[in-house]
Ligand binder design. Structure first.
Ligand SMILES: C[S@@+](CC[C@H](N)C(=O)[O-])C[C@H]1O[C@@H](n2cnc3c(N)ncnc32)[C@H](O)[C@@H]1O
Length: 370
């Protein structure tokens, strides 16, 4: 049976390497998100809006079970507030299977699982949102949006999921389909609602598959940024092929990016931008040679000014880098005389939180006598 038929006709289907990478991203992100959110707030919600049946024929758990297991196995679990896990799935047979899978988990008073009656995301989003926020707009809600097709998650619905001040979305962007079909006649009628505008068109100028897929991911992120949101992206690939799809994070809070950057660097120690399905779990060969060029360029642009650590750390996060990368680049610049810690004068480490760094241009350090 072909895979498309398997997905259409069977209740459960076989997993694939891309799914494993996607679930690794989920697990790492959830580890961090739960650690931060559930120790700060008494209650939070994760909505798995395209939940699936909760298991694959070859054994791995589906995303709703991945979420529940990450919660139950978390090292800080005892200190957590309550997590509501709301699941929506269109097909009755998959809903039934999902309920069976959840019944196998140990019960926990802190984990409130609710599998909704079968229904479609577009119809149920307002109801899900009301349930997820528990009567308070400020309740943190993480939406997992992982459909099978472009049409079931247009940008207008994604925006609705981000209406609350602590709403976040982790979205599967179909960059392979976008790349293949973007120039087909009438496909713009699908693309424009998917992106919430026609800014996707800039990506079509790219000829190479990989570059065009990245350009679609960037365009989608720009649409989110224009709404004042912070975003991250990660390409899910097989081996040296270009990405099949991208996972896009949208968050109101920069702290969300601080969880996202370590995830992407853990899965892709070379650039932090995309993992191959066959290497995602392997230890990185490149840890010693992290690609931090973007950050290097950004920091050099501060020449002639003094910057506070918070500003630099925030800039690093927006470029999908962690504080450890910031310190690496500062070390490199300091060795060339281009960065100096001016405050505090005495410290146990070179770049402590709260420090102030003054930047210089290469001309400032050139030896005029030579
Ligand atoms: C990609 S699969 C989800 C896989 C799951 N998130 C995981 O990672 O294990 C998409 C699921 O969404 C369901 N679905 C398709 N259209 C839907 C819609 N409009 N609303 C809700 N569920 C839908 C499909 O039946 C399918 O089970």
């Amino acid at each position: 049976m072909r895979r498309v038929e398997e997905l259409r006709e069977r209740t459960i289907w076989k997993s694939d390497p891309h799914t494993q990478v996607k679930h690794l991203v989920y697990r790492h992100y959830l580890q961090c998100w739960m650690g931060k959110i559930l120790q700060k707030f008494p209650e939070a919600t994760i909505v798995d809006a395209f939940a699936g049946p909760g298991v694959y024929t070859d054994g791995p758990p589906g995303s709703p079970v991945v979420v529940a297991r990450t919660f139950l196995d978390h090292t800080a679990y005892q200190r957590f507030g309550r997590l509501n896990l709301l699941c929506l799935e269109e097909r009755p047979d998959r809903v039934e299977e999902l309920r069976r899978q959840f019944a196998k988990l140990p019960p926990s008073p802190q984990l409130n699982i609710s599998v909704q009656p079968p229904g479609t995301f577009a119809e149920r989003q307002p109801q899900l949102s009301a349930l997820a926020h528990c009567g308070r707009a400020e309740t943190p809600v993480l939406w997992l949006i992982d459909p099978f097709s472009l049409k079931s998650a247009p940008f207008s619905l994604i925006r609705q999921c981000l209406a609350g001040p602590r709403d976040e979305v982790l979205f599967t962007l179909f960059t392979n389909e976008l790349h293949r079909f973007c120039q087909r006649e009438h496909f713009d009628k699908t693309m424009t609602p998917y992106f919430g505008g026609d800014h996707w068109q800039s990506a079509t100028a790219e000829r190479r598959a990989g570059a065009r897929k990245e350009a679609f991911a960037t365009a989608y992120q720009q649409g989110l940024q224009s709404q004042g949101l912070f975003t991250g992206s990660f390409g899910v690939k097989i081996s040296n092929q270009s990405a099949r799809y991208h996972l896009i994070l949208a968050t109101h809070n920069e702290a969300g990016l601080k969880c996202w950057a370590p995830v992407t660097w853990k899965l892709d120690g070379y650039s932090g931008q995309g993992a191959s399905a066959d290497t995602a779990d392997a230890p990185s060969l490149f840890d010693e040679a992290l690609v931090v060029d973007r950050l290097d360029v950004a920091l050099r642009a501060h020449a002639g000014t003094a910057q506070r650590w918070e500003t630099l750390s925030s800039q690093a996060a927006r470029l999908n880098h962690m504080d450890k990368h910031l310190r690496q680049v500062l070390d490199k610049l300091a060795a060339q005389g281009l960065a100096f810690r001016v405050d505090p004068v005495r410290a146990r480490t070179a770049w402590p939180e709260g420090c102030t760094v003054r930047f210089y241009a290469p001309e400032d350090v050139a030896d005029e006598s030579s």
